[in-house]
Design a protein around this ligand. Structure first.
Ligand code: SF4
Length: 754
């Protein structure tokens, strides 16, 4: 699978010096997170202590991973960068586009038919540009990364929010938008606000029914869905060392659910065991040589409140199993309190499905713990009351679990084993038992349980728990079943109890796989032809955006003045539009359709200054585009908050919007606009937002003098001929102004590479 041992050795060779230098400039002992961050600075040497939560810093990640839904636009953009190969080791994983319905074999066949075009495209681009390609069925991106590429002390980015899973193997691994990934693939730095640090001290030892999953379910209850925003969560203490590597992965995985930038653990014996079990003795040996740099300094963990911005302590011995939900992953309920809580809130008690899998909980250990419960159902003559669904995390896990008889245990209980892929976790689930929108309950071992996420039904109450708890609840069929004290009646009418789960951390006979599903790229891929059908609905090769003509922008018309919240979902909706993520023109038909028009408080209903008629935003904008009339979008506070998807900047750019003026931007979206060659401005005086009228024309009268730190003047001409002249600000530095001049950051990269 070609992990890059030379690259890993290089990272380790530099670590002592870089960590030492960082300790000097920071002037105190370092956390693990700081060691990784400072040893991955783009400018190589730390010359100052960065302000946590304040300074934007350029980093140099070691690896990139992309999943199939986000990789399409990322690779389409990379193809414009004029590079022969990616500059940083990269992999693409086909896991999101496979629907769970009838079981692995049939589902995979169907996915290969319906998304063949996309998989072929991703495969051939990977082959051409030196990217490792994991075929549909090979597994879920984050399990595959953990089993093959993650390494202690490394830094990676991935175009998926659960990239953070690799923290289980001691990485700083962060989910980013495609545009960020493309920069790094093309050899540019990756910018991140230096994170704050939250320390979680784990004491005691997990026991009985309590699993690693319960640690993060508890942390989510404490921090809530926003509590980790802008921070790295670093776990330490004896309790951390006592847990398996994949258990640590589960905890880091769900750090995304508290908004954390990422989570991580220091290198320990469990990680060494995992590296050796996954055939990476050389990585374990190399890590052992720099062990002291792969964990926080002793003084930090002895007095964590002096070094972290916030400290949480959890005693694993006392921790009890939890179920979190419904509708939000931070609503934490100890299983012992579920009876009252469910009654109080009128949550449906009968459980329809127990789903085990996702990148969060599909390790070998997870399957063995869940199977030890399932086996008891067979032994004690219990018939499961709920349906069972299993998604193994990778083909390696599936093959090994099958060899070791684990899957047979579930199959003997009539479970459906779905493809090694995301499936129900991302709504790729053709659920047959409920077609209407009745209130119902499911339990799963995934990470997210937002309304409609698994099956599209807003009345499905989804609860998140450990795989063994999901197994127990699925057998009982009841949400309020507490296996630590409740009895079940078996098919013979006898009362029985389930014994505590038993797990096997790593397969006794080692991992095994016949075909892991990996395709290595050609050494020289220059001859590989990328084929995209002219009439394809799902893929479209990108045309470079036009460079700036160097003139002032005059006569721009208002497209929409957005009222209130305007997130990336309002600008570029997800759901059914996922299908068009690789086709810029088709997905542009969702451009700003969720934004509320400030003049009539309706969505997707704006006035055309060409006809005086009202219509949808994309259609109206396409008319302006056809007539080559530039347009402006006006927004409120925190415009573009939400995901980092670059489509929210590319779509308006593609349709001919030239400028976005807002009260304030969400930073990532502002950067995305800059990267795509758009002008993103903020009102100097916020109340100028109120001056904007429906028929306004905008003249940017000093754009010719566009320069770093210099505000721009905008003349607003109203339909009655009156004018307002306002000042707007921007945050473009000279390099970003070059992006604007060239039409996009990619155009500039291409020019520099020519
Ligand atoms: Fe995302 Fe779920 Fe797939 Fe994990 S399993 S990568 S959370 S969709």
């Amino acid at each position: 699978m070609a992990y890059d041992i030379d690259m890993i050795k290089k990272v380790y060779a530099q670590m002592a010096e870089r960590v030492g230098k960082a300790r000097e400039v920071v002037g105190k002992p370092l956390t693990l997170s700081e060691k990784i961050l400072y040893s991955h600075l783009w400018d190589v040497e730390a010359d100052k202590a960065y302000g946590r939560g304040k300074d934007y810093v350029n980093f140099s990640p070691d690896r990139i991973a992309c999943q199939d839904a986000t990789a399409q636009m990322a690779l389409l953009q990379f193809m414009q960068a004029g590079k022969k190969k990616v500059e940083v080791p990269t992999t693409v994983h086909c896991d999101h586009l496979i629907q769970a319905k009838q079981g692995a074999k049939k589902d995979l066949k169907r996915a290969n038919e319906t998304s063949n075009e996309v998989f072929d495209f991703l495969g051939s681009v990977s082959n051409k540009y030196g990217i490792g390609f994991w075929k549909p069925g090979a597994g879920i991106i984050h399990q595959v990364v953990l089993e093959n590429y993650a390494f202690p002390g490394g830094m990676m980015i991935g175009t998926d929010s659960h990239t953070v899973n690799a923290g289980g193997l001691g990485m700083v691994a962060v989910g980013v938008g495609g545009a960020d990934a493309v920069d790094v693939m093309a050899g540019m730095p990756w910018e991140l606000k230096f994170p704050k640090l939250i320390g979680v001290k784990l004491t005691g030892k997990l026991n009985g029914w309590t699993a690693a999953k319960d640690v993060i379910l508890k942390v989510a209850g404490i921090l809530t869905v926003k509590g980790g925003t802008g921070a790295i969560i670093e776990y330490f203490g004896e309790g951390a060392k006592s847990m398996s590597c994949t258990g640590k992965g589960t905890i880091c995985n769900m750090g995304a659910e508290v908004g954390a930038t990422t989570s991580t653990f220091g290198y320990d014996d469990s990680m060494e065991r995992f590296l050796r079990a996954t055939d990476r003795n050389d990585v374990a040996d190399a890590a052992n040589e720099v062990r002291e740099h792969l964990t926080g300094d002793d003084e930090v963990y002895a007095n964590p409140e002096l070094y972290f911005d916030e400290v949480i302590e959890i005693n694993l011995t006392e921790l009890r199993p939890h179920l979190n939900g419904p509708f939000t992953p931070d609503l934490a309920t100890p299983i012992s309190e579920m009876k009252e809580k469910a009654k109080e809130n009128d949550w449906p008690i009968n459980v329809d499905w127990g789903l085990i899998g996702s990148c969060t909980n599909s390790s070998y250990e997870d399957l063995t713990r869940a199977a030890s419960i399932a086996q008891q159902a067979l032994d004690k003559n219990l018939k499961p009351k709920s349906d069972f669904g299993i998604n193994p995390g990778s083909e390696q896990i599936r093959y090994t679990a099958d060899r070791d008889g684990l899957l047979k245990i579930f199959e003997d209980l009539d479970a459906t084993v779905f493809t090694n892929a995301c499936g129900p976790c991302i709504g790729q689930w053709d659920r047959s038992d409920r077609k209407g929108e009745e209130k119902n309950t499911i339990v799963h071992s995934f990470n997210r349980n937002f309304s409609k996420r698994a099956d599209g039904n807003p009345n499905t109450h989804a609860f998140v728990g450990s795989p063994e708890m999901v197994a127990a609840i699925a057998i009982s069929g009841r949400l309020d079943f507490d296996p630590t004290r409740d009895k079940l009646i078996n098919e013979d009418g006898e009362e029985v109890m389930l014994d505590e789960p038993k797990g096997i951390e790593l397969p006794t006979n080692g991992f095994e796989v016949e075909d892991a599903g990996y395709v290595a790229p050609m050494e020289d891929g220059s001859g590989v032809e990328i084929k995209v059908a002219e009439d394809s609905e799902r893929l479209e090769l990108l045309t470079p955006f036009e460079p700036w003509d160097g003139e002032n922008l005059l006569g721009a018309k208002l497209l929409i003045k957005a009222h209130g919240k305007c997130t990336t979902d309002h600008i570029s909706m997800a759901g059914p539009w996922l299908r068009y993520r690789g086709h810029l023109d088709n997905i542009s038909n969702n451009c700003l359709i969720g934004a509320v028009n400030a003049f009539n408080m309706k969505t997707n209903f704006v006035k055309s200054q060409l006809t005086g008629e009202y219509g949808g935003v994309p259609d109206t904008q396409r008319e302006y585009k056809e007539k080559k009339i530039p347009t402006v979008v006006i927004g409120d506070h925190n415009y573009g908050e939400g995901s980092s998807r670059e489509h929210a900047a590319m779509e308006p750019r593609h349709l001919g919007v030239k400028v976005v003026i807002v009260k304030s931007f969400a930073r990532i979206h502002e950067t995305n606009l800059k990267k795509q060659g758009m002008l993103g401005l903020t009102f100097d005086n916020e109340s100028d937002y109120d001056l904007i009228q429906e028929d306004d024309t905008f003249n940017f009268i000093d754009l010719k003098d566009f320069a770093e730190g210099k505000p721009l003047t905008v003349e607003i001409v109203h339909s009655d001929g009156t004018k307002d002249v306002i000042k707007t600000n921007h945050t473009y530095n000279s390099n970003q102004i070059d992006w604007y001049k060239e039409g996009s950051a990619l155009n500039l990269i291409k020019k520099l590479n020519a």
